[in-house]
Design a protein around this ligand. Structure first.
Ligand code: 5CA
Ligand code: ZN
Length: 424
């Protein structure tokens, strides 16, 4: 799948720090990159409604990690998917009378525009489900062969011309490490599974939590032929397991997304990854806090959305949107508001003014402070405060300019651009 243009990332003097991030599984701050090559899988969008501030905040969070890793000298490889075949997309397409492919194509393009405007580095590997079908089929067939998956009989009318082959589910009892990612109680797992796309009530499953791997053809739903599995389409979690395996290799360093993906999605995709290749899935799981609006989590299903494209159409500079997002730590749960946007706009204007002077106070301590802040679990608010302090000093009326450095504004602008993704 085509990505979007990569932003230019300027070189900075000195060296970046080793980056620590909060591991959702253990609560510890860990050095997630295991070698010179640092790998991350960031779950992509389900393209049925345009990019909202919640999506933007999550992708900006992982963009900070990408940039901090680059600064630390890593070769970074990031993979992402697009869930371009899944129930919510198909339901929206049916409800609006638009073809599901057309809906996805349009929303994928809009997402790419929004990400470009926000200065998010594009993934190095970017695949839609429709591009991965044969590989998913192979993976599911293999799980059936090894006994880690089983078939569940279909209701009447399902299954196209071969109704005898059932839907395929993963048998979670085949994975002794299942549960290690989110570390939840059975009751918590049951609740979240039911809320987040699972089907605990499906008759014929061995365990209510067993996740769908291959959904056989249903009337009116897209389906792909497959000799071993029968016509159908992939389940949600296996898509991410296969794209991560093929794009990054197993194990990989970081699996990321919004906090709503920790369970069941990342628990299940990690379990699938373990079983399809005797691998270990992701070593570290990193999650961004969920953004709300009007008192509820911003979500396509609820409809309480602030769209990046809408703000852009209203003339808001996307760099001010990015600064508004960065004013909160990526793991905190916060509410988007006019005041948050106003804060981003004001900071953007002040920073632009501060780097526009001929010379300024030494930038060395500012660059150090931004690097230190990002290395400590991507503490963007602390990084912003360091740049604010430099801007305050640069813009102080009647200040002593005798120790000014002529190149200082340029170094600060490059710091902000390279590490925070904010072009001034
Ligand atoms: N396609 C799947 C992942 S494989 C999916 O969850 N798509 S999504 O479009 O629903 O969400 C895309 C990303 O945005 C996910 O990482 C999700 O956790 C994140 N996200 C969704 N809503 C919010 C929100 N309100 N705040 C923060 N992040 C959010
Ligand atoms: Zn995913």
């Amino acid at each position: 799948m085509l990505t979007w243009p990569a932003p230019q990332i300027p070189a900075l003097p000195g060296e970046g720090r080793q980056v620590r991030v909060h591991d959702s599984s253990t609560g510890a701050q860990v050095v997630a990159a295991h070698g010179r090559r640092a790998t991350m899988y960031v779950c992509g969008i389900t393209p049925y409604d345009a990019t909202h501030l919640g999506h933007a905040a999550t992708y900006v969070a992982f963009d900070l990690l990408y940039r901090a890793w680059l600064d630390a000298g890593h070769e970074v490889v990031m993979a992402s998917n697009v869930t371009d075949v899944d129930d919510p997309l198909l339901e929206r397409a049916t409800a609006t009378g638009v073809g599901w492919r057309d809906l996805a194509t349009e929303q994928i393009a809009l997402f790419a525009e929004d990400m470009t405007a926000l200065g998010v580095v594009p993934p190095d590997v970017y695949e839609g489900v429709v591009e991965t079908i044969p590989r998913v089929q192979d993976a599911v067939a293999r799980l059936l062969e090894t006994g880690a998956a089983y078939r569940v009989p279909l209701e009447a009318g399902a299954g196209g011309t071969e109704p005898g082959l059932g839907d395929v589910y993963a048998d979670l009892s085949a994975d002794p490490s299942f549960g290690d990612v989110a570390r939840l109680s059975p009751q918590e797992m049951a609740t979240l599974f039911a809320e987040r796309g699972g089907d605990p009530e499906r008759p014929g499953k061995r365990h209510p939590l067993d996740p769908l791997l291959w959904r056989r053809e249903r009337p009116g739903e897209p389906a792909w032929d497959c000799a071993t599995l029968g016509s159908g389409r992939p389940g949600w979690h296996v898509e991410c397991a296969v794209i991560a395996r093929d794009g990054l290799g197993l194990p990989f360093d970081v699996q990321g997304g919004g906090a709503d993906l920790l369970f069941p999605h990342h628990e299940m995709s990690t379990s699938h990854a373990r079983l399809i290749d005797d691998g270990h899935g992701a070593r570290t799981h990193v999650h961004a806090g969920l953004i709300s609006y009007d008192g509820h989590k911003m979500s396509k299903s609820r409809g309480n959305l602030v769209l990046v494209s809408r703000l852009r159409a209203d003339g808001v500079d996307p760099m001010a949107i990015r600064l508004a997002i960065l004013a909160q730590h990526y793991r905190s749960e916060w509410e988007w508001s006019d005041a948050v946007l106003a804060g981003g706009l004001a900071r953007h204007a002040r920073w632009v003014a501060a780097v526009s002077g001929n010379g300024g106070p030494s930038p060395d301590a500012t660059l150090d402070a931004v690097r230190d802040a990002l290395a400590a679990d991507l503490d963007a608010p602390r990084a912003l405060a360091a740049v604010d302090a430099w801007a305050d000093a640069a813009l102080a009326p009647g200040r002593d300019t005798s120790a000014d450095e002529v190149g200082a504004p340029g170094v600060v602008a490059r710091t902000v651009n390279a590490l925070l993704g904010v072009r001034l």
